[in-house]
Design a protein around this ligand. Structure first.
Ligand SMILES: NC(=O)c1ccc[n+]([C@@H]2O[C@H](COP(=O)([O-])OP(=O)(O)OC[C@H]3O[C@@H](n4cnc5c(N)ncnc54)[C@H](OP(=O)(O)O)[C@@H]3O)[C@@H](O)[C@H]2O)c1
Length: 314
């Protein structure tokens, strides 16, 4: 089978299509013919060597975390799935496996039945950003109509799901996005939209109960300017030093620095499936064919779009 792998850290030029044996499954695994995979910032952060503590420095490396496809073979101890089922899922350990391939052999605990009201591209776009959004909401604590939330970088994949889930909770959401995303932010439930290219959010007078940065460009020190004395800053893009540092910072200030690290599991997927049933909007900005993988990764990394970029296979 064909798979996309790389032998050195770098930009999308290091990605190569290689020929591998079709994977054999263990008793607790399922073999899936992949129909779609979505691109996440972590794909290029790992590839560029920005997450070496987590990724290590061994090669070759796989890429691609979340995917959808069709079950081709089921392990002897796997209940609930059969050949032909349409499923979606997420790899547990990108160091050992990747979704940028024609097939994946994966633990049955990492896949779920694809709802019939969404496409393969939409299902492949859900696990990473959906789980991250639900984890962030869990970390926010109690939210109601009096809660004011600033979402910085609101119309990428993560923001798309987060805005809609926050809307369901009735929070008052201010979304920071470029002009490309303004209409989407409103559609997904933002009460107010700020275009970061024309207005500096940190120089505004408003303060918020919760600030979450999805752009990776607003740090805790900056965010404090728009936080109330007892606000939370949620940080899903922490530098390694910030994980212990946040614990110490939180001992001395009411302005809490909260790290968000999502771990996709059934606990979150059930809530996501419920949201999909309720009509969750999953915007697919652009779909690339498998053979155009380099173009797809370059395009996704450049940014400037709303929703998700997906690679599809026949
Ligand atoms: N910790 C976890 O478990 C976890 C899980 C999932 C994702 N993440 C991280 O969360 C972040 C968001 O993920 P994503 O999938 O939504 O990424 P994404 O699709 O690349 O979205 C990032 C958003 O930030 C916006 N942005 C860029 N520069 C900005 C600026 N200066 N001010 C305000 N907004 C700006 C972009 O808008 P324009 O393109 O219009 O400029 C884009 O909408 C990524 O860094 C990702 O790695 C963490």
């Amino acid at each position: 089978m064909k798979a996309i792998m790389y032998q050195a850290f770098g930009n999308a030029d290091v990605l190569q299509m290689v020929e591998l044996l079709k994977p054999a499954i263990q008793s607790g695994e399922v073999l899936i013919k992949i129909k779609a995979l979505s691109i996440n910032p972590m794909d290029w952060k790992i590839r560029k060597g920005e997450m070496k503590l987590m990724s290590g420095t061994k090669f070759p490396k796989y890429t691609g975390a979340d995917f959808s496809g069709i079950v081709e073979e089921v392990g002897s101890s796997v209940p609930g799935f059969k050949k032909g089922d349409e499923v979606f899922g997420v790899v547990k350990n990108m160091m050992k496996e990747g979704a940028s391939a024609e097939y994946i052999a994966i633990a049955a605990s990492q896949i779920w039945k694809k709802p019939s009201n969404i496409t393969f591209a939409q299902a492949a776009s859900l696990p990473v950003v959906g789980t991250a959004a639900l984890t962030a909401i869990e970390k926010m604590g109690r939210i109601d109509s009096t809660t004011t939330i600033l979402v910085n970088g609101a119309t990428g994949g993560f923001g798309m799901i987060l805005l809609q889930l926050l809307k369901q909770k009735g929070a008052h959401v201010t979304a920071v996005t470029s002009s490309n995303g303004t209409a989407f932010a409103k559609r997904w439930g933002a009460d107010m939209v700020i275009d970061y290219r024309t207005e500096e959010v940190l120089s505004r007078k408003e303060t918020y109960d919760i600030v979450i940065d999805l752009s990776g460009k607003m740090g805790y020190a900056d965010a404090k300017q728009v936080m109330k004395p007892d606000s939370k800053f949620l940080n899903p893009t922490p530098k390694p030093i910030e994980i212990p540092a946040s614990l110490i910072q939180n001992l001395f200030t009411g302005k809490k620095h909260v790290i968000v690290l999502a771990d996709p599991s059934t606990k979150y997927t059930n809530d996501l499936l419920y949201a999909v049933g309720q009509g969750l909007d999953i915007e697919i900005h652009k779909v690339f064919p498998f053979h155009a993988f380099k173009e797809a990764y370059r395009y996704a990394e450049r940014g400037g779009y709303t929703g998700k970029v997906v690679i599809e296979q026949q």
